[in-house]
Ligand binder design. Sequence first.
Ligand code: SAH
Length: 365
Amino acid sequence: MKKILQDLSLAELTQEIISLGERKFRAAQAFSGLLSGKTVEELPAVPKALKEKLLQTYENAPLAVEKTFYSSDGTEKYLFRLADGNLIEGVLMKYKYGYTQCVSTQAGCRMGCKFCASTLNGLIRNLTPGEILSQILLVNALHKNDADLAGEGKEKRAVTNVVLMGSGEPLDNYDNVIKFLRLLTAKEGLNVSARNISLSTCGLVPKMYRLADEGIPLNLTVSLHATEDSERQKIMPVARAYKIADILKACANYFNKTGRRYYFEYTLIDGENCDEAHAEALSALLKGKPCHVNLIRLNEVKERSLKATGDKNAYRFMGVLQKNGISATLRRQIGADIGGACGQLRAAYVKEKNEREIAAKDVRD
Ligand code: SAH
């Protein structure tokens, strides 16, 4: 695979353009074209000769939309094809205040959580900063005509909020994710405020400490899903490496360093983690902490045996937390009709495609 031009900051792109023997202003032209989601070939104003030079080293486009799925609630799910053919997915959620895009940070994942479809085949590879960024550049370009609904400043853009909750564990691809966050928040780039970015981790404690020192005060979210280490280990292998108590210390450090309250995700799995005793235990664990709990209904994954809990139980669980003074919300189920959870869309698509190809081969044979 060639290199990814969108990996470069404006300063780095300027260096690159100068080293190709071109004038500096060409870098600003190219950068602005890339920001609006153009491929190298499509870059406006950039001379053909420069495009040809760039294409010797760089991919024309880091990714393209393979397929879009539209939910009846307005949510859009994207399947993106990377330049090497790997598929990743993303989600666009439309709210009154703007659009929130969920991006993937890895193709596949090696964390092995028992409820998650992204990890079914392990980690395929890390995404580069530009591959993560380009998911947003493409979606912004597709929605440029709705941009008056949202966005700030003179360059209105559709995507105002970004969540790192697609496939992959962001802190397992640390350096690339940090570079992506710097590109995303750069004044001369998309200029997304760190306050509008959420990063979700399964709890890689040492990286949570590093993140607190990066000077990017984003919303840190930890996938907790259990109140005891022994229970957590049953559904999240990473819990063998990091204890809940150490995760809570890392969260407290994050709050002290950034002043930002932190978030927990708690996926309700029937018969596993969501009876009343669990709600009481979760309340005791988080009592008095500057945090918020997002309760998620399990999106059942075909390949896994875990079951979602009913609405009644979900509301009861939330009620116990709230009665105990814990700030909690039950996440609205979005895009459930289009393969809601992480990795489900890709898994279903790859399976369907394989079956089609096998069927076609059967016909040929
Ligand atoms: N690796 C990161 C981010 C990706 S997952 C993390 O673990 O946080 C984003 C959130 O979706 C996590 O809280 C994850 O536990 C949850 N999730 C994954 N599969 C799910 C499913 N089938 N149903 C409900 N939530 C799921």
